[in-house]
Every structure is written in C-alpha cells, then in structure tokens.
Design a protein around this ligand. Structure first.
Ligand code: PEP
Length: 254
C-alpha cells in the first residue's frame, strides 16, 4: 500500500490583520517546526501571504492560499492569478464550500481553477462536501462524487492534488462528522479516483477530513485508515490548539 504523508492545513479564512498574522505565526512556528512526519500548511488571507512566507523562511512549514482565479492575468479586477500565487506559496484551497455558497462558484469554475493550479505548479486542496439537505435526502455520496468528477475533468495527472472532504453542515458549526462516517465517504472518494485513474493513483492521493476539527476530536479522524489529515478552520487560529492537532496526527499515523 502507498505511504501517504499526513497533512494538516490551517484555513484562516477572512481572519487576521497583518499584525495578527505575524503574532499567530510567531506563536506556532517553532513548535510546528519541531514536529516531523507530517506536512504542515498555513493558509492565511492573500494580503498576509508574503509576510507569512517571510516568517517561515528556511522552515519546513508550507504556505497556501484560500482561492485564486484561473486566468494567468488580464482584466479581472480584484482577482489573484496562479502565477502571482506561485511566487508566494505551494498550496491553494479550491472549491471551498464558502466559495461555492457565497461567491457562486460552480463545479466548472472549480475545474478551471484546479487545472490552472496544477499547470502553475501549485498543489490544489480540492474541497468537496454535501449540504445538510443533500445529506438528509441520502445524496451525500452522489454529491461528493459529482463534485470530484467535475473538478477533475480533463486532468490527466492528479497525483499532486490533495482532496478535502468537508461536509458543509460540519463547517464552523461545532458539529463534526463521526470518524467512521468521514472514513466511509473518503473511501468512496478514493474509489472514485481508482475508477477515474488507477488503483495506484487512488492509493497515493491524500484525502483529508474537514469540518469542526479540534484538538479534542482530531484523533477520532486521524485513527481512520482512509483519512490522511485535516483541513482545519477555526481551530487553526489558536496556536496551541493547532499545534496539538498536528502533534496528535503524527503520534497516531507513525
Ligand atoms: C474549513 O474552513 O475548511 C473548516 C473546516 O472550518 P472549521 O474547522 O472551522 O469547521
């Protein structure tokens, strides 16, 4: 079986001024650096990317953005391109449910973004997940597979990608999915990858769980064989809690 290096990514969302970002990184960077055997990614707002990158210079902690446009440049006022991001970070979160919901991102737009990110040498963290009404209608599986397939249209080499299963009803609500439930859905996403590509690619790709992950519940997810780490929102804004999430991940996965 392929060895997948666990990954914990912190999505700071629209939080932290430059001063606050500086404090947060300074509080966590030494502790994070000491933890080996897990990939650590911080995803601050665009305006803090440069500063965070500078504060992490020479360390193993990686930087990611939370979104991007798919065009390289042009008349897209207010947007940020893959080429601009490539100068500042390695990862980019794409298709987050908050982008789909508040900014009307469609599966097709997410697909364009994933293709553009890969072409630019960025690692996309592709988010998929069902809304509460979809889950209650028994359509969770169908929704994540539809979103995953749509996002991967036309992509021949998805190996570098990371996928995050984030049930929308669990994001920022304090109501996380169960470890077993998340493991089952992530297994379905992995099967989808095997059908679209190959068993080898499916076994090599990292799939994270996201949705109200905290230091108190992370172990339940990380213990599951299909779950390779977590995309953490709220809890990534607290240095001690984020460090604990990363440390527990290594302790369980090693
Ligand atoms: C997220 O922003 O992707 C997320 C999972 O948020 P939270 O951990 O706050 O639920």
């Amino acid at each position: 079986m392929a060895m997948r290096i666990p990954l914990i990514a912190g999505n700071w969302k629209m939080n932290t001024t430059l001063a606050e970002a500086s404090v947060l990184v300074t509080e966590m960077r030494e502790g994070l650096e000491r933890i080996e055997g897990v990939e650590k990614v911080l995803c601050p707002p665009f305006l803090s990317l440069s500063l965070v990158r500078e504060l992490l210079q020479g360390l193993s902690i990686k930087v990611g953005a939370q979104n991007m446009h798919f065009e390289e440049k042009g008349a897209y006022t207010g947007e940020i391109s893959p080429l601009m991001l490539k100068e500042l970070c390695d990862f980019v979160i794409l298709g987050h449910s908050e982008r789909r919901e508040h900014f009307k991102e469609t599966d097709q737009m997410v697909n364009e973004k994933v293709k553009a990110a890969l072409a630019a040498g960025l690692t996309p963290i592709l988010c998929v997940g069902e809304r509460l009404e979809e889950r209650e209608a028994g359509r969770a599986e169908e929704v994540v597979v539809r979103q995953g397939r749509a996002a991967l249209q036309g992509i021949e080499s998805p190996q570098r990608m990371v996928i995050a299963y984030e049930p929308v009803w669990a994001i920022g609500t304090g109501r996380a999915e169960t470890g077993e439930g998340a493991n089952a859905t992530i297994g379905i996403i992995r099967d989808m990858m095997a059908r679209l590509y190959s068993e080898g690619i499916a076994q090599g790709i990292r799939i994270l769980y996201g949705g109200s992950v905290t230091a108190a519940n992370v172990a339940e997810f990380i213990r599951q064989p299909e779950i390779d780490g977590a995309l953490v929102g709220g809890a990534s804004l607290k240095a001690e809690e984020f460090l604990s999430i990363v440390a527990q991940t290594v302790a369980i996965k090693k």
